[in-house]
Design a protein around this ligand. Structure first.
Ligand code: ADP
Length: 302
């Protein structure tokens, strides 16, 4: 028996199609075309790649986009001014700041948005958590009453994933009604193994290559790999991407598994596009009421 490999790339294509047709409809009804603006600070190579992927995908879906580049020496004052200007610009539906915090925050890291997320209120779901949620939904995995282990407690990934999965499906922002356990840096490895073996769904978001091994996984469990680690191949010397899961071994035991690359990554970008459309259609984020907040960094992967 080998696990069903859940292709994030394939699910992302589904979402692209849905977003694309929603945009076409919106525009045909005489609404303006959704626009994603990105402010990219500094010259981090990976950030530039992520941003390029996001804007390229936006244009494929019929969304316009623009990227504003600023050096890492940019002052907080200038950033605040830029963000403020974009927030008041009615032509911009979604704003993504690769480092500090936006208001029309399609990444979903604004402090008010996170507050709503934690209170099960209607809100923008941070893109990586939304990707994991959609993968679970579209694969038809049951979460109600199931054991879920989230490995990693970062505020932008582990926490929102756990928040979605443990909360009540009847609340305004529907949750997964699962029994959720969070493991992190201080969880001893033997304990992590114990907890993982109980889990029906393991979500690995620790940034540790091959942390989740086959002996830790229950037969038939679903394993969702959020990790994106760049590793040097000892033989070829080439660098390649690996997840937090020992894919080759775990796929022999799991029921479902997402690969890296081609799993959570493309889904995260798809969900970002979907989030941008949501800001346009439902005006979920109340720009005027929220205040600028540059406390949390939103420069995470994808
Ligand atoms: P991300 O933004 O992808 O979540 P971070 O580096 O911000 O990545 O967070 C990594 C998370 O993984 C942290 O919550 C950390 O405690 C957790 N973590 C790191 N190493 C281990 C480990 N060996 N076992 C379990 N959790 C770990």
């Amino acid at each position: 028996h080998v696990a069903t490999v859940v292709s994030g790339a394939e699910l992302a294509r589904q979402i692209h199609k849905e977003v694309q047709s929603d945009i076409a409809k919106l525009v045909a009804e005489g609404n303006r075309r959704p626009h994603l603006s990105v402010i990219l600070v500094g010259d981090d190579h990976a950030s530039h790649t992520y941003v390029r992927n996001k804007t390229r995908t936006a244009s494929l879906l019929g969304m316009s986009s623009s990227t504003i580049f600023r050096p890492s020496s940019v002052s907080q004052e200038e950033m605040l001014e830029l963000i403020d200007k974009f927030n008041r610009d009615r032509n911009i539906s979604g704003l993504l700041v690769q480092l500090p915090l936006p208001e029309k925050d399609v990444d979903g890291f604004h402090i008010v948005n996170i507050g709503k997320l934690c209170l099960d209120q209607r809100c923008m779901i941070p893109a990586t958590a939304a990707a994991v949620w959609e993968i679970i939904r579209r694969t038809g995995l049951e979460t109600v009453g199931k054991n879920v282990l989230v490995v990693g407690r970062s505020k932008n990934v582990g926490m929102p994933i756990a928040m979605l999965l443990h909360s009540d499906r009847k609340h305004e922002r529907s949750g997964g009604d699962a029994t959720v356990i969070m493991a992190h840096r201080c969880t001893p490895l033997p304990r992590l193994k114990e907890l993982a073996r109980l889990a029906d769904i393991v979500i690995a978001a620790a940034g540790v290559p091959h942390l989740i091994t086959a002996d830790m996984v229950k037969e038939g469990a679903a394993v969702i790999d959020v990790g994106i680690n760049r590793m040097q191949d000892p033989v070829t010397g080439k660098s390649r991407l690996v997840g937090d899961v020992d894919f080759e071994a775990v796929k022999e035991k799991a029921g479902f598994i997402t690969p890296v690359p081609g799993g959570v990554g493309p889904m995260t970008i798809a969900m970002l596009q979907a989030n941008t459309l949501v800001t346009e259609e439902k005006k979920i984020v109340e720009w005027a009421e929220t205040r600028l907040c540059l406390l949390l960094a939103s420069g995470s992967g994808s």
